[in-house]
Design a protein around this ligand. Structure first.
Ligand SMILES: *Cc1c(COP(=O)(O)O)cnc(C)c1O
Length: 298
């Protein structure tokens, strides 16, 4: 919207909670008839599990849109044995290094691309639209001091201190993601007999498991979703809810989006709870989370 674009949403896949490729295909077919095709699609790799990028890439070729992967949850994850961020089926991939994410630089993020033209443009935009490379200038260079401002850029440079933190965090990325996999496996086993569903893993993916989301089977539970959530919080368990469907936020309601428009995301919202998951979580603490949840749901 900052770029003057209009925004639309696509419902989620009820298994992976990622963008539903079939819903996307339906919306694209309708948009094609109306001659209102999107220029850009932004799939989010929810919980660090890659979207079905090969299918999205095929639709991109068919309908001529570009793809920006939102990999804020996805660093360290893989899709068909290649790392999220390699841009095999996309133009750009963006990451967040906010403190809640898998690795952090306190604030900031990263964008990756394998397109040379976008790479060069990003380098300029990062620093006020200025270039010191004579290949991108108008006319000749005046001398070694010379630079030109080619477009309206930004000050989007990460600081050296943050970059140093990020570089050291990158060395620990694999150990962070491995520990998350151990904890996910323990949750999957420990929770399997409770009235809830545990995260589905698409065999094409190796998720980074930024989040561990359970869905309550409310017809098998005597409490409401909110009561279960509040009982966990009362027991000092740091549960959360990722996320409230974006189209229900007042800002988007004011733009005309309505409850009922993306039913899978709304059903998800009525049942989902994110359990604590971070690489420093101990087995003992995780056992207490699981036994508390078991007591509430029994
Ligand atoms: C955190 C997050 C963002 C935003 O990242 P910032 O670094 O705060 O800009 C975007 N998308 C998803 C899916 C996120 O989790």
């Amino acid at each position: 919207m900052y770029c003057g674009a209009e925004v639309d949403f696509v419902d989620i896949d009820p298994k992976t909670y990622n963008l539903s490729v079939s819903a996307l295909a339906t919306q694209l077919a309708i948009a094609a008839e109306r001659e209102a095709l999107p220029k850009i699609i932004i799939p989010v790799h929810f919980a660090g599990q890659s979207c079905d990028m090969s299918a999205i890439g095929k639709l991109a070729q068919q309908y001529g849109f570009q793809v920006i992967e939102d990999a804020a949850h996805g660093i360290g994850g893989r899709y068909r044995d290649r790392p999220i961020g390699c841009c095999e089926f996309s133009d750009l991939t963006v990451f967040s290094f906010h403190p809640v994410k898998i690795i952090t630089t306190a604030e900031g993020g990263m964008v990756l691309t394998s397109r040379k033209d976008l790479y060069e443009k990003l380098i300029r935009l990062r620093s006020h639209g200025i270039t010191r490379d004579s290949r991108f200038m108008q006319g000749e260079t005046d001398g070694p001091w010379y630079y030109q401002q080619m477009e309206l850029g930004y000050h989007y440079r990460i600081t050296d201190l943050q970059a140093a933190l990020g570089a050291s965090q990158m060395n620990r990325l694999d150990s962070f993601v491995n520990r998350r996999h151990e904890l996910v496996e323990r949750y999957n086993i420990g929770l399997k007999d409770l009235p809830l569903s545990t995260p589905y893993q698409n065999p094409d993916t190796y998720p980074s498991w930024h989040l561990y989301v359970i869905r309550l089977e409310l017809d098998r539970i005597q409490y409401t979703h909110r009561e279960v959530f509040e009982a966990l919080r009362s027991a000092q368990i740091g549960v959360n809810l990722h996320y409230i469907p974006v189209h229900t936020q007042p800002y988007y309601q004011n733009l005309g989006f309505k409850w009922g428009q993306f039913p899978e995301s709304e059903q998800y919202y009525r049942e989902a709870i994110s359990l604590p998951l971070y690489s420093g979580l101990t087995n003992e603490k995780q056992d207490r989370i699981m036994s508390t949840l078991g007591e509430i749901l029994q």
